[in-house]
Design a protein around this ligand. Sequence first.
Ligand code: EPZ
Length: 415
Amino acid sequence: MESVYIGGKTPLYGEVTIQGSKNAALPIMAAALLVPGVSVLKNCPRIADVEYMCRILTHIGCQVCWRGKDLEIDASSLNTGQLPMEYVTRMRSSVMLMGPILGRLGEVELNHPGGCVIGDRPIDIHLKALRRLGVCCEDDGVGLRACSCGLCGTTITLDFPSVGATENVVMAAVAAKGVTCLKNAAEEPEIKWLCAFLQAAGAEIRKVENGNLLIIEGGRTLHPCCFEIPADRIVAGTYLCACLAAGGKIFLERHPRGENGALREIALCMGAKLRDTDKGLWVERTGELISPGMVETGSYPGFPTDLQSPLLVALSAARGESILRETIFNGRFRVVEELNRMGAEIQVRGNAAYIPGRKKLTGARVCAQELRGGAALVAAGLCAQGETVVQNRHYIDRGYEDICRDMRLLGAECR
Ligand code: EPZ
């Protein structure tokens, strides 16, 4: 298994261009199935999860090809709803293929999706919402069979603003006859980007500004379009946390403006200086790093759960004790064990991590066990005395095009 080697304690100085967003690209790739023709996704990130999704789309009959950083998907020859177990069980986002495939073919079969081990990841909210649209779902615990003899728009209220369930319903509703009102929809930027892609292809979707209500007018004929994948707010946030922890001054080119508000507030409170330009965001932390006290993850616009592990590293370096409460997933503190092997002395009780702070980390051989925890361990290596080796690099490659390339651009010794 490949590893990432980080040379040790070094403040970051340099500039990096933020890659295309994993969590925007994946649902948009699924939505391309609704378009009978060639969709061109510009600046698509070259990451493992996008590769897995390409293989699934090819397996079910689509023509998929890369032209540099642009991904072309021709869904006109989609011919089966039987999804390949090999890739479906590797990533959670395969579940969001249900909506578009049911919309195109009326039936879909897949194993229970896999993905990072960050806690229970049921799909009950997805299935309950699809049933409201007229889908019959059989779930034998191992695999799922769903079929519909015609999706019908209706009013749906999600029990929880699940990002994936919102995406699944939006895609199915676009193919349904009639109007769908989706209440308690997720408000993450990735929902906005998915709707923007579908609108570019001719779909009629409105967000009612005074809340998380989406109104989708289904049954419209979609046409091929070309769409730019936005920059990845979580990759940008990861590098911002690395600079908070290690210190220095970096420029995040293409930083997605307005999408990391909660992290910006915390960074300013911890002593960072931030400056927006029309090309990106300057981040500087040269003075003392101060604990923000208590931080809690939450649905957007709350602090994103995907930045919880990277922030743990910055909190470990800050003066004063911090408490980080995880409210979205029930198993997202796996990285703590590895950070403690480097000297972080973090304690986890229930859904909260207690970080004493001001810890001098020591380089060690540590293991990535999932995507964002793996990226956090690389950031920890930038604050540690001596070399850190992060094993299981493949977890990190699921969401970061080349974390070593980016860290080297920011002045770190990383290979
Ligand atoms: C998306 O996952 C992201 N993945 C996750 O990013 C992100 O952490 C998450 O949204 C929250 O923002 C992609 O976009 C591909 P959810 P998703 O459905 O859709 C529970 C990363 O690191 N739930 O909003 O799976 C669920 O168990 C990944 O890039 C149900 O109970 O997230 C969780 O506790 C990790 N039943 C909570 O809701 C359901 O049917 C949030 O899940 C669905 C979800």
